[in-house]
Design a protein around this ligand. Structure first.
Ligand SMILES: Cc1ncc(COP(=O)(O)O)c(C=O)c1O
Length: 446
């Protein structure tokens, strides 16, 4: 190592990765790992997918870059058609960016510009309501939206706070209530907050359909998203679904909102979009919003150099074609059921697994010191880090997270293998996970 890279951490040195093949990763020592979290739920097609590599290589040999202010490319047009073909009906316009944070920033700016164009320059509709315990990215704007205190406290003097409501954290209900007798107080809080602020000042509500790494695949009750959609409609506020993690087949549906037949106004997506082959993200936009701009000023007043670059387009189109041709989303649903059955057994038998939650191939574990009282581990115990290490020692990579109880305490991790995983590989993952968590529980609870 020549030490010139500013690393994610100076405290540990990550192994050098030299190869990826299917669901496997290999380091320079020749150790093989199962990529049980697809990097960070991005490598949805696994590693070394020849169809995507061929498409990107062919694009490099055609035109590697053409600035979107001057040129269109067939690769980007093709990608938009492919993405729209799997998106909810009526969301037919795609704006491409380079990653998740840019997608969220684009969605928030588009919501503001939409109301300016629809209602005139005097409109005050600008603020966005978000949720605590969410994650929307690492830029200053997305940190202002996101509610994961553990990740943003250090930087909070840099941004202006957006209003927030509670998440549907049923395992630790913020209202001290119980589902279903609660009547979904967490969804009703949106209406109360809109009324308090005044819908005339609000452009959108943003949330992750299943909350990712900040809480560990927090999955809403089935009524939640339809209720949220209805409230947004009633108060004339756009609904932005942050599907950066949940989109593109991850949860066993094309987009996670499909589980509840809800159509957001804007879907922000990224990770699985080009599945890690090229940095890519995008927003998928309801027709009326795009057409209001088309018939108004004629342009979205926004842009990045890499918007709609042809390499991202070629990769995205190839990924979406692969999803369809190989029935990958169906595989995510089928293998997700197999994975869930095994995870439920671990949930029942392991003394530190408080709750397992998720859908398709996106599952989260909440770890607790006491299953009865749901008491979290003290932060100093480093429970999710220890669980991660025990699994890694057995050749399984999982994705740790934490701080969801109060911004400091709370341990979780995600298990989310590539969507091309086979039944036999699911069984291997379960075996390693069970062993790793049993070893971690022994150390943490003794
Ligand atoms: C739900 C969600 N939104 C936004 C982001 C930000 O994406 P990126 O890291 O590509 O900027 C992430 C990244 O993990 C995410 O999980």
């Amino acid at each position: 190592m020549n030490g010139k890279v500013l690393p994610r951490s100076f405290k540990t040195q990550a192994p050098l990765i030299v190869k990826g093949e299917g669901i496997y990763l290999e380091d320079e020592q020749g150790n093989r790992y199962i990529d049980g979290c697809s990097g960070a739920l991005i490598s949805n097609l696994g590693h070394g997918c020849s169809e995507v590599i061929k498409a990107v290589t062919a694009q490099l040999n055609t035109i590697e870059f053409a600035h979107p202010s001057r040129w269109r490319t067939e690769a980007t047009e093709d990608a938009a058609r492919e993405v729209a073909s799997l998106a909810p009906e009526g969301l037919d316009y795609v704006w491409f960016v380079s990653g998740g944070s840019e997608a969220i920033e684009s969605a928030v700016k588009l919501a503001r510009q939409y109301y300016l164009e629809r209602d005139g320059q005097a409109t005050a509709k600008a603020q966005v309501i978000a949720r605590w315990n969410s994650y929307h990215g690492s830029t200053i704007g997305t940190m202002a939206l996101a509610g994961s205190m553990a990740r943003r406290r250090l930087f909070s003097p840099l941004f202006q706070e957006f209003p927030k409501i509670s998440a549907h954290y049923c395992y630790r209900c913020p209202f001290g209530a119980r589902y279903p007798s609660c009547g979904l107080l967490c969804a009703k809080e949106l209406e109360a907050t809109i009324r308090r602020i005044g819908p005339q000042y609000l452009s959108a509500f943003i949330a992750e359909p299943i909350v990712g790494s900040t809480v560990g695949a927090l999955t809403p009750p089935d009524e939640y998203w339809p209720m949220i959609r209805e409230i947004c409609d009633r108060y004339d506020i756009l609904l932005i679904a942050d599907e950066v993690m949940t989109g593109c087949g991850r949860t066993g549906a094309n987009f996670c909102v499909d589980h509840w037949n809800v159509k957001p106004d804007i879907i922000a997506t990224a990770k699985g979009m080009a599945a890690g082959y090229v940095p890519t993200g995008g927003i998928i936009v309801r027709n009326e919003i795009a057409e209001t701009l088309r018939d108004g000023s004629g342009a979205f007043l926004h842009g990045h150099t890499y918007n709609g670059n042809p390499l991202s387009g070629a990769a995205t189109a190839a990924v979406f074609r692969y999803l369809k041709e190989h029935k990958v989303v169906e595989n995510a649903r089928i293998q997700g059921e197999r994975l869930e059955a095994g995870l439920r057994k671990i949930e029942a038998s392991n003394p530190m697994v408080g709750e397992v939650r998720g859908k398709g191939l996106m599952w989260g574990f909440e770890l607790v010191a006491d299953k009865e009282t749901r008491m979290p581990f003290a932060k100093a115990k480093g429970a999710s880090a220890l669980a991660t290490q025990e699994c890694l020692d057995r050749g399984l990579v999982i994705y740790p997270g934490g701080g969801m109880v109060d911004g400091v305490e709370g341990d979780n991790f995600l298990i989310a293998p590539p969507l091309v995983v086979t039944a036999q590989q699911v069984d291997m993952i379960l075996e390693k996970l069970e062993e790793g968590l049993a070893a971690a529980a022994k150390k943490l609870l003794s």
